[in-house]
Design a protein around this ligand. Structure first.
Ligand code: NDP
Length: 483
């Protein structure tokens, strides 16, 4: 299988190659076979992308916002029309099963373009009166913004960052993860086909140094990163040195609280979605599953039965519902975690190791006999590993759920809705679900609290994150002065 793009980069409305950049090899995670060879952006190409973005942005900001929105909505239509092709590419890039990518990646990107396309013409300021004099505020686009992506959702991340930026009149230079370079190029191509003027959405490939060079460039007003907490700290610090704005979508170790009165089947489904979808490579996963003591045994029994429904195979086969790790390095990180968990006394009730097949596969794994201080309960594993803990009281569950430096997400399963709202109100997490898990519609803000991030993606609030307020005071009378 080959998924060689036209060229490595997309700059100023066209594919661009520069073979002098270091080679980036894109591998199909299901087999480890190469699917594309690309090159890292050289400093000259980074400069070209930023210069194109800067040149195009001023005119875009002055464009009728209804026209801006129309282009984004056209891009949404094109993405939906090309969903199968884009989903196959996402599967080749990440190894996620086509069964998932057909409904979760280009479709989510299209939703973002449609949602922000609709909002583009509704960017508003305020007016204030001061007894004669008055004032108004304008929401002005920040300018050239940089997006830096992780490898788990390459299409979605490229769209979630690009859509609000373009809607408000910003330009974007996007750097995908070096391990999943293919999908963002298609997003740029589709935006161009939809009528986006050249220079407004550029893609440059590369490792962390390319992201660092973009972050440090004085032409850049804002950096939006999806990645790990350590990278987030580095990028945030570099942006702060230049007083740039940031959005940080980082990692998590989110709690999923399942009370005795929960619908067992729904709770098990929520835990499966929140731990094994995308083979566990989802930042908002509910990997600390706290089950109230009375339901624990029934939960584990049903979960184990349901794991018999796992179908592995070529992720491009729509019957496959569980895929490999996206990178060999991530597979090794997860295997190390499993080894340490066993050494700390965890009991493996399902899975627990690498699958015997080519590629980077890890079995869906369930750990029990855990304490809250074990490494597998404290650290983000970013793989198909569910830690099942048990609790007695609501008070205890909330305290233990919040006892983490992360604060991305949380879930509650209970039939007692008063309790559900009471518990959610006490959970320190940016994105919570009641009797559901991991659904992220474009109209709902998504993002983390504490170490899990700064700012939000999706929803109207994101317009604020790509604009700044300009205040205009209007004097209506004579100007008084001391002399
Ligand atoms: P990383 O933090 O390793 O990398 C994220 C991106 O930042 C990559 O494109 C990376 O480049 C780039 N990068 C690395 N160093 C720098 C630097 N100094 N300056 C600028 N850019 C840099 O994350 P992963 O790609 O490994 O993704 C997994 C992590 O992302 C997990 O921890 C997960 O929780 C988190 N995540 C968070 C999400 C959220 O929305 N909160 C969603 C998805 C993932 P390179 O290609 O070289 O790695």
């Amino acid at each position: 299988m080959i998924a060689q793009p036209v060229a490595s980069h997309f700059i100023d409305g066209a594919y661009v190659e520069d073979a002098t950049g270091a080679e980036l090899l894109s591998l199909y995670p299901a087999t480890g076979a190469p699917v594309a060879r690309l090159h890292e952006a050289t400093p000259a190409l980074i400069d070209r992308a930023l210069a194109a973005a800067q040149r195009a942005q001023a005119e875009w900001a002055a464009t009728d916002p209804t026209a801006r929105g129309r282009i984004l909505r056209r891009a949404a239509d094109l993405m939906r029309a090309r969903n199968r092709e884009l989903s196959e590419l996402e599967t080749l890039d990440t190894g996620k099963p086509l069964q998932e990518t057909l409904v979760a990646d280009a479709t989510s990107g299209a939703d973002a373009f449609e949602f922000f396309g609709g909002l583009a013409a509704d960017l508003r300021g305020d007016t204030m009166g001061f007894g004669g004099d008055w004032a108004y505020t304008l929401r002005r686009p920040l300018g050239v913004c940089v997006g830096i992506g992780a490898w788990n959702y390459p299409t979605q991340i490229a769209c979630w960052k690009g859509a609000p930026a373009l809607a408000v009149g910003c330009a974007m230079v996007f750097k995908p993860s070096e391990t999943t370079p293919l999908c963002a190029l298609k997003v740029a191509e589709i935006l161009t086909e939809a009528g986006l003027p050249a220079g407004l959405y550029n893609v440059v490939q590369g490792r962390g140094e390319v992201g660092a060079a973009l972050t440090a460039d004085p032409r850049v007003a804002k950096v939006s990163l999806t990645g790990s907490v350590p990278t987030g700290r580095r990028v945030y610090a570099a942006a702060a040195a230049e007083m740039k704005q940031v959005t940080m979508e980082l990692g998590g170790k989110s709690p999923l609280l399942i009370f005795d009165d929960a619908d067992l089947e729904d709770a098990v489904s929520g835990a499966i979605n929140g731990n094994f979808y995308s083979s566990g490579q989802v930042c908002s996963n509910g990997t600390r599953v706290f089950v109230q003591a009375g339901l624990r045994d029934a939960f584990l029994a049903r979960l184990t039965e349901r794991l018999a429904g796992v179908v592995t195979g070529d992720p491009l086969d729509e019957a496959t519902n569980f895929g490999p790790m996206t990178t060999e390095a991530q597979m090794n990180i997860v295997l190390d975690h499993l080894e340490r968990a066993r050494a700390e006394g965890a009991r493996v009730v399902a899975g627990g190791g690498r699958m015997e097949r080519e590629g980077w596969w890890i079995e869906p794994t369930v750990l029990t006999d855990l304490t809250d201080d074990m490494i597998c309960v404290r650290e983000e594993i970013f793989g198909p590993v569910m830690s099942v803990l048990s609790f007695d009281t609501e008070e205890e569950a909330v305290a233990r759920a919040n006892d983490t430096p992360f604060g991305l997400s949380a879930g509650v399963f209970t039939r007692d809705l008063a309790r559900a709202h009471r518990v959610v109100a006490r959970l320190k997490a940016g994105s919570c679900w009641i009797n559901q898990y991991n659904l992220t519609p474009a109209g709902l803000p998504f993002g983390g609290s504490k170490a899990s991030g700064i700012g939000r993606e999706n929803a109207r609030v994101t317009l604020d994150h790509f604009t700044e307020v300009q205040s205009v005071y209007v004097g209506m009378g004579k100007v008084e002065s001391a002399f």
